[in-house]
Design a binder for this molecule. Sequence first.
Ligand code: C5P
Length: 227
Amino acid sequence: ALRGVVALDGPSGTGKTTVARKLADRLSAGYLDTGAMYRVVTLAVLRAGVDPADSVRVAAVAADMEFTIGTRPDRPSVTLAGEDVTAAIRGRDINQDVSAVSAVPAVRELLVTRQRKVIDELLAEIGGIVVEGRDIGTVVAPDAPLKIYLTASPEIRAARRRAQDSAAGRDTTHADVLASVDRRDRLDSSRVTSPLRPAEDAVHVDTSELNIDQVIVALAELASQRG
Ligand code: C5P
């Protein structure tokens, strides 16, 4: 079983979520999807009728809301004020506005505190956790013994995102998804607070030519060397 934290960062569509969950499962570790936290805050912002560009009101929504986030790799459900929003946080409206919400420093501060708390609890309980996001290796868990930075070509990432969308019953075109993936990466990489970037000591893994099982085998091997 895994000891410590595996930090898994990278842009969307690299297979990060699937990889993180399978890896956690295989290593009998906990799992934390930090993107789901930014997504649930975005959902609360939209439901409150707040403009995602209004950072003061966005921060106020984030400070007031109640949410939970599952940490079991097989069933990571998310609730907002008691309601199951696991599917709702994957909608197109959320994809559109999550980068604006996640760029608000007060939101990040709040969520990073919460993320570290979850990590500490899971380390105490089961000893190991796979944490996925954009700033895990750089900000949330800079002491993680293993940091992975997943990449893949934009074309491949858009194709994967689209397959996920259609599996979830959301109709999209390749051009739409490519534009949306591209835009979110640009916003996430260019923001002032904790931009998307690899930690200096991260291991880069390009998943363009690999299937999920090949990625899992490679990462499990790294984890057994460093964990
Ligand atoms: O990984 P996922 O696509 O669910 O992340 C949604 C968004 O949440 C990202 O595009 C990014 O804006 C934000 N995010 C972040 N920091 C993280 C995880 C996600 O800013 N650690």
